[in-house]
Design a protein around this ligand. Sequence first.
Ligand SMILES: *Cc1c(COP(=O)(O)O)cnc(C)c1O
Ligand code: SF4
Length: 342
Amino acid sequence: MSTSERIAARQINHRATGSDDLALVASRFAVAITEPMQDLIDPADPNDPIAKQFEPDVRELADNPGELHDPIGDEAHSPVPGIVHRYPDRLLLTAIRVCPVYCRFCFRHETVGQQDNGLLSAAELETALDYIRKHKEAWEVILSGGDPLLLSLRRLQKIVAELNGIDHVKVIRIHTRIPVVDPERITDDLVSTLKQNKALFVVLHTNHPRELTDAARHACARLIDNGIPMLSQSVLLKGVNDDAAVLEELLRKLVENRIKPYYLHHADRARGTSHFRTSIKEGQALMRQLRGSISGLCQPEYVLDIPGGHGKVPVGPQWISKCNSAIYSINDYQGCPHDYSD
Ligand SMILES: *Cc1c(COP(=O)(O)O)cnc(C)c1O
Ligand code: SF4
């Protein structure tokens, strides 16, 4: 394990210490926060949206009906360690299972940060790459995790170079939280590792406008200035961003920084996360409000990952309903219905 990978596993210094229940939370689920995120927390605010995302909470111990160890069914679609192949044209390569922070609502709540570092062994990585080489339909490879930007540069370089060498892989996508939670890691060396001829997209996980600090925005700009397009994904979280004004600020700030909002995820049913979940109805109402008030460039797709491994589908508000065979009724953003016929 490199020094950088070791630092990532350091423990959180949370405010509420000394509680047996919190110790139990920390023994069941990994806990970590980075300095930049710790610095953003307002200690005087009991409802701080940054603290909520990273500080362990006794509610994580609750046994809630419907919550699952593997809420999105990754395990059923994992042919070899490190590969999740659920859709024909794209697959996940999870080469590392640690993160710089541990989000309390994580869809892999019980599986990230559990072993030492969750790194694939050299042999496992070779088997995973072989799987990709053999599956000619794999047009896109998504590095997910854990956080793939925590891999040592040498390992990341190797993976990117190997993927570059596979003809049928046309697109590489990296899902990460690093530019926001640890922007100093976006170094020139990292940028040049990612900068290569195959299309490579970085998808940033960020949930609250306050996370987009000057340092975070500069880290993103460094990637984008080097020809790496960026998208964002956010999780809809009760008490963090389930508010039209907060979402609006986040989505605008992303676009102002050349990051295109991609997905707004309905929170997955991972164990001990029910205190974060809104209803789909609430999510739809927020999306309906956003449709009218912010630019189309700022609109993410509101998606649900169907429990059981059935994939992600949009669950946003309905704008169209069929009246009869030829006439549709379509609502505008203010809620007024209009007839339309083919
Ligand atoms: C989310 C996910 C993808 C990517 O889905 P997109 O809709 O293309 O963003 C691919 N494979 C798995 C297993 C996933 O969970
Ligand atoms: S960064 Fe992603 S994988 Fe890691 S804890 Fe947060 S949500 Fe989970």
